[in-house]
Design a protein around this ligand. Structure first.
Ligand SMILES: [Zn+2]
Length: 427
């Protein structure tokens, strides 16, 4: 059967991945192409490398080995068109994730096409296992629909004889086949790939325990990534250098994004499962509060703020005011993401997410503060004393204040190792 054969002949660069990244993680070297339903679509400079490698593989290897009657120029035209259609398909895959996320009330900051495929920047976490499943599965579902649709067309309309196969038939065949590969590859259970998220939602649904679900998904994912890297190495040893390096790089890229993502969760979890003082009745939000930093005006352009001098840490959040009233927060990294040529036009108001404005009472426990930050993916909360704003609190402020509180009260340093359960503290 032709499909089985295609699997052997198709070079690895057609394995394209997609990942959902944290919303605040902007990719350097990206430019905005257009918006779809309010979702900005960006293209990263590394995409050009992918474009070159995939076009080259198609034009010099894949197409000639399938359709032997075309000219060199035809192979290259087919290669370019197929690569463009492949990335259009990847965009459709990402839109699948993004639109389902939007329908569930999550925020989508944008889609970026890059070297290994695409990334949807979705803000916040699904609140239920079922929602996580639908967001994760929507992308591969789109790829499958496109892939199966095109393959059905090929089966019905492709000529029986190879010398009658035209460019359009070839392009439909490869685009369809590559979409099926995209769906299949992304459904491998390697968190944070789609399949890993599907696995996580399943474990979450069965056990009701998000921490355990993440751990299982991460462990299974690690095995998948090592297998990918091993497969890549094996191919390099067998002479397929480009294909081997590509697969190994994808394995490495996915493993590092899994680490980054799990790292953030674990860190938050360690702080919140720490027995040393977090639930101490004397240790409330007020102890970690600091005065409101100087506010920046929402009407200012990114350039104007830069003149004022920016904080050194990209994760530092700055309060934003509109006509003297606090309306939200913005991170330095949000400003960094704006391309240089647009820094004069883009205003803070356009960049700022109004959801960043959330308050907590000074008498709440810091555990509540950390939970609220986790739930809404925030870096800071506004601290209130009844109706008055008394300052802000950040994760770093809490950790720092906690350290001081422990020293002052002779409390244990707390267990910073891996702890499985969120046990309540007895002080
Ligand atoms: Zn995906």
């Amino acid at each position: 059967m032709k499909l089985v054969w295609a699997y052997r002949v198709t070079p690895n660069p057609f394995i394209i991945t997609s990942a959902t990244r944290k919303a605040n993680e902007r990719l350097r070297g990206s430019i905005k192409l257009f918006s779809v339903l309010g979702i900005p679509v960006e293209i990263n400079a590394t995409w050009l490398i992918a474009f070159a490698i995939i076009t080259w593989s198609l034009a010099t290897t894949a197409y000639p080995s399938f359709f032997g009657y075309w000219s060199t120029v035809q192979y290259w035209i087919a290669g370019v068109v197929t690569t463009l259609l492949l990335f259009t398909s990847v965009l459709a895959h990402e839109l699948g994730h993004s639109l389902v996320a939007l329908s569930q009330g999550l925020k989508v900051r944008g889609i970026t096409l890059l070297l290994f495929g695409g990334v949807s920047r979705i803000q916040g976490e699904a609140s239920r296992p079922r929602n996580e499943f639908f967001v994760a599965f929507a992308g591969p579902a789109v790829s499958l629909i496109i892939g199966i649709g095109l393959m059905v067309w090929w089966v019905n309309f492709a000529p029986a004889y190879e010398n009658q196969v035209k460019l359009i038939h070839g392009v439909v065949f490869f685009t369809g086949w590559m979409n099926i590969l995209v769906a299949g590859f992304n459904l491998l259970p390697g968190y944070p790939m789609d399949g890993g998220r599907v696995l996580r939602s399943a474990v979450w649904g069965v056990t009701g325990d998000t921490g355990r679900a993440t751990k299982v998904a991460y462990r299974v994912g690690r095995i998948v990534f090592y297998l990918l890297i091993g497969w890549g190495a094996w191919q390099i040893l067998n002479g397929d250098i480009v294909g081997g390096i590509w697969v190994a790089l994808i394995g490495w890229f996915l493993m590092s994004s899994a680490r980054a993502e799990i790292g953030g969760r674990e860190q938050a979890k360690r702080v919140t499962s720490d027995p040393g003082g977090l639930d101490h009745p004397m240790f409330d939000v007020e102890r970690a509060t600091r005065p409101m930093p100087p506010m920046i005006e929402s009407s200012w352009s990114v350039e104007q703020i830069s003149y004022q001098g920016l904080p050194a840490n990209p994760m530092t959040s700055m309060p934003v005011a509109k006509e003297g009233e606090l309306v939200g927060f913005i991170l330095r990294s949000d400003l960094d993401g704006v391309p240089l040529e647009h820094k004069g036009e883009v205003t803070v108001e356009e960049l700022m997410n109004p959801e960043t404005l959330r308050v907590i009472s000074k008498t709440n426990s810091v555990r509540d503060a950390l939970r609220t930050m986790d739930r809404h993916s925030l870096s800071q909360l506004v601290v209130m004393d009844n109706d008055f704003v008394i300052g802000v609190v950040t994760r770093e402020d809490i950790v720092e204040a906690l350290m001081k509180f422990r020293v002052a009260n002779g409390l244990p340093d707390g267990n910073l190792g891996d702890s499985d359960d969120d046990r309540p503290t007895s002080v």
